[in-house]
Design a protein. Structure first.
Length: 323
């Protein structure tokens, strides 16, 4: 499977990936985004920003790049970058289907994305992704499964996904919401012709939201690659918003709150890839210092104590404005 290339990488940052949610569209829910992106959020400005981030990430050893149909034009920006750099053959590319971007390049839209996990949406978005990324696509994930998603029980959809897997595409799923652990466990039970359907899982996990941890460990034990998203809790763990314990540990390590927050993820034995959601090159550079952080048992314990009730965490996330 494609992720074997990541596990075989020798660079210190091989277990850090770059997610494009924050730079593929003008509006997103990360705190501090007004400062990070400034006023020019035209498609060309964000294309240039995305390419700058991809160049910097690749130069520093990052090999996994994560997009989605609902991340505005992220697939297009990533495809342009890959086309312009044909010598880059070891990049591992993932994308997601199941949400349709509906904001029409505006930060003021009533709805920025619409969720639909039907086979018809899969076929439409799979064709759209294929037109942009073609055979550079390694991983295709169902976007944000929850326990009530029909994608967990739709055998027609499972058959189509298994067909794509037979053609060489890695099939995975991402999760969201306070019941992520239930979703992961339900997805692990899905088989087609006796074989597990999914080979990767991408879930939210960070110092404030740890509820999926035991289920992600089970997924790892079952042979799935675990990808962690929202490791910075949409900016709530950035220096200007960081809880006191995180700020104190960061000061002790001599590195940033972001690096420590991502290092806490990387020290989990089941974590295959932790995504940086950086919107600027300096942010990315600071994020990548996570590979150099060696947390003590005492520091881990202090950070583990920051975890919130998942219902509280997801309620607060739902209140974050689209900037």
């Amino acid at each position: 499977m494609p992720f074997a290339r990541l596990s075989a990488a020798t660079t210190p940052t091989s277990h850090l990936g770059l997610g494009l949610a924050a730079v593929g569209r003008p509006g997103y829910i990360n705190l501090g985004r007004d400062r990070d992106l400034g006023e020019d959020r035209s498609a060309e400005a964000l294309r240039a920003r995305t390419h700058e981030l991809l160049d910097a990430a690749y130069a520093q050893g990052v090999r996994y790049f994560d997009a989605a149909r609902s991340y505005g034009r992220s697939e297009e920006f990533l495809a342009d970058w890959l086309t312009a750099r044909p010598d880059i053959e070891d990049a591992v590319v993932g994308s997601k289907w199941g949400y349709t971007y509906t904001a029409d390049w505006s930060t003021e839209a009533d709805r920025h994305e619409v969720k639909d996990h039907s086979p018809a949406t899969y076929e439409r978005q799979r064709a759209e992704t294929d037109a942009l990324l073609g055979d550079r696509l390694d991983l295709y994930q169902i976007h944000s499964l929850t326990p009530d998603s029909p994608a967990l029980t739709d055998r027609e959809l499972h058959a189509r996904l298994a067909e794509a897997a037979a053609g060489g595409l890695t099939i995975g799923f991402s999760t969201s919401g306070p019941a992520q652990a239930d979703t992961v466990r339900a997805a692990l039970e899905i088989t087609v012709d006796g074989a597990p359907l999914f080979r990767t899982v991408q879930s939210t996990y960070n110092a404030l939201e740890t509820s999926a941890g035991p289920a992600l460990a089970e997924a790892y034990d079952a042979g799935l690659t675990v990808i962690v998203k929202e490791g910075m809790a949409n900016g709530r763990l950035a220096p200007e918003h960081a809880p006191r314990a995180l700020a104190e540990v960061a000061e002790e390590t001599g590195l940033g709150c972001d690096a420590v927050a991502l290092a806490l993820i990387l020290c989990r034995p089941w974590a295959g890839v932790a995504l940086s959601g950086a919107a600027t090159v300096p942010q990315l550079g600071s994020n990548l210092h996570a590979a150099a952080v060696d947390l003590t048992d005492d520091q881990r314990a202090r950070l583990d104590a920051l975890a919130e009730d998942p219902r509280t965490y997801w309620a607060r996330r739902g209140e974050l404005p689209w900037h």
